[in-house]
Ligand binder design. Sequence first.
Ligand SMILES: Cc1cc2nc3c(=O)[nH]c(=O)nc-3n(C[C@H](O)[C@H](O)[C@H](O)COP(=O)(O)O)c2cc1C
Length: 331
Amino acid sequence: MTPKHDTPFTRQVGIDFPIICGAMYPCSNPELVAAATKAGGIGIIQPISMVFAHKHDLRAGIKLIKETTKQPLGFNLLVEKSSKKYEDRMRVWLDIALEEGVRFFITALGNPRWVVERVRPLGGIVYHDVTARKWADKAAESDVDGFICVNNRAGGHAGTISPEQLLADIAPLGKPLICAGGVGSEADYIAALRMGYAGVQMGTRFIATTECRAHADYKEAIIKAEESDIVLTDKISGVPVSVIRTPYIERIGTKAGWLSRRLLRGSRTKHWMRMFYTLKSIWQLKEASQKGASYKDYWQAGKSVRGIEVIESAEVIVRRFGEAGLTASKR
Ligand SMILES: Cc1cc2nc3c(=O)[nH]c(=O)nc-3n(C[C@H](O)[C@H](O)[C@H](O)COP(=O)(O)O)c2cc1C
């Protein structure tokens, strides 16, 4: 196919607009993923979210998305080496995604080599999440096809480097780069493309949509938040996560206790501690996103809240941003 908006990314993946609806635990429900893909962008399936937060069997969930759209879908794999059981599960999930026709993969955290080796012979494309050049260099050794450049404005596990600097640092590797973080409005989107990115990945913008199943209180909090309300906390997962500063966050603070920090640093205790944090955060984030303000409101969001003013359909967002970017690219 010829993409409407031709960039190295849309060409590789076969979509109209260079817009990714990023993987979000626990906010990636199948209806949201389907809406972004249907409108000409690409929705990313987050398997942990699909299975544990939204209670779909993975294959059935992918089939549900395919009832709405036959266009390309993406799949998120957190490839960190934690336990044998987790790794085996990732491999099974990857095979299910391939069998269901998924050909775009976004890997994060560990070494993406085994994913590249598995999907490339089948025509698959792998982009790796990076927050700095040193991680991009490592992933380039595994011959990934592109990079998701997670900057210091992103929701979720934010980076520390500005979008401009990340682009300058990683562009010499000669692969397509996606800007992840800080894109909430059409103006932000156009600015990222003008900077030289081949596309954008948005998370926070897609939570405040009609298709996202997150609690209405969470969506409202995104609409109301200013950029200055976004703070980093390491209380959730042991590494900094961007959240909205709610009264709950103010009350408990944003720094992990000294014992947790010490255990996270120790060579023998850090794996155990990470496992503990993973299980705790999987539960806590799910509760917070689904139960609303009555619960502990751990609401993840990035500085893109600045440009987000209404709850609207993800399909409408992708089409409107996509057309605005196309028009701007012709000027
Ligand atoms: C609630 C939330 C959950 C996220 N979960 C994941 C995840 O499971 N895997 C992943 O690779 N990225 C995850 N991200 C990052 C997003 O895919 C995306 O890169 C990021 O949200 C971009 O920044 P933005 O929120 O400013 O648009 C998450 C982001 C948010 C806001």
